[in-house]
Design a protein around this ligand. Structure first.
Ligand code: SF4
Length: 266
């Protein structure tokens, strides 16, 4: 029985049920990760460091931020990082991309005086009073102006930026809004903000109460479907797609049952 879900686990079930089974039911944990995921984590850590430092010691110089990025990169590096696009890019290219993202972000937001009240803020909440639908989320950054106006920020390090329409349909930050409204008083308005670090652009969106209610019901239905599949010992089908290239579960996947040939360890 899974008691707690995350947006990521729910999306995994939607995209590939067998991957969900391998990761969340069979609990096959692997140290492997893609270079894109590795880069994303180091960028998140560096931006978190930036906002924490501003709060304590004032705005750090860009050089200091870059040094921190290098420190996080080098101290976290391990030998299970895969580069799918190894014909075009090396690890150094991803490192340089990270530096470019940070330089853009720094120029855009210096002196970082947004009213950040949480970095990497963990929220655990129930979707309704039954307490059957428990969700955990980690919010990259939360701003609050002190009088009920909140913003939920998300840093995206991938190549693609959302269109306004896609941002308006996105469920991750909207789910976090549900949690934020349950956890804090005086939430009068919430804006959802994505930062597309490669492009140096941001996208903003808002949700109505009706949209949040509908999302909550949809998520509950998905959780019910997962629980039914588990209880009835249903098959968790493999949904093959381009995403298989980045998947580390080929050895366990019934559609593959062989090592992933697209991943080259660096
Ligand atoms: S290899 Fe593809 S089909 Fe198999 S678990 Fe991974 S994503 Fe799913």
């Amino acid at each position: 029985m899974i008691e707690r879900f995350s947006h990521s686990s729910l999306e995994t079930f939607k995209k590939c049920p067998v991957q969900f089974k391998i990761r969340y039911l069979d609990k096959v944990l692997k140290p492997d990760e893609s270079i894109e995921a590795f880069l994303g984590k180091r960028l998140h850590e560096t931006v978190e460091y930036l906002y924490n430092t501003v709060g304590e010691n004032g705005t750090p110089m860009l050089d200091i931020v870059m040094d921190k990025f290098q420190e996080y990169w080098e101290s976290s590096w391990h030998n299970r990082i895969g580069i799918v696009r190894w014909r075009e890019y090396r690890a150094e290219d991803y490192y340089a991309l990270g530096e470019k993202c940070l330089a853009k972000f720094y120029r855009q937001y210096k002196p970082f005086d947004e009213p950040a009240v949480g970095n990497e803020l963990e929220l655990v909440f129930h979707l309704d009073d039954s307490k059957n639908y428990k969700i955990k989320g980690i919010l990259d950054r939360v701003d609050h102006d002190g009088s009920g106006k909140w913003e939920i920020h998300d840093y995206k390090s991938g190549k693609r930026a959302l269109t306004q329409g896609a941002a308006n349909r996105d469920t991750q930050l909207a789910l976090y809004q549900i949690g934020l409204e349950k956890k804090f008083d005086n939430v009068n308005e919430v804006e959802l903000v994505w930062h597309f670090l490669q492009h140096g652009i941001e996208m903003r969106s808002r949700r109505t109460k009706e949209e949040l209610k509908l999302l909550s019901e949809n998520i509950k239905t998905r959780i019910d479907n997962i629980r039914t599949a588990i209880a009835d010992k249903h098959d968790f089908p493999a949904k093959e797609s381009i995403l298989c290239n980045w998947c580390y579960y080929w050895d366990e996947c019934p559609a593959k049952y062989r090592p992933n040939p697209f991943i080259r360890k660096y």
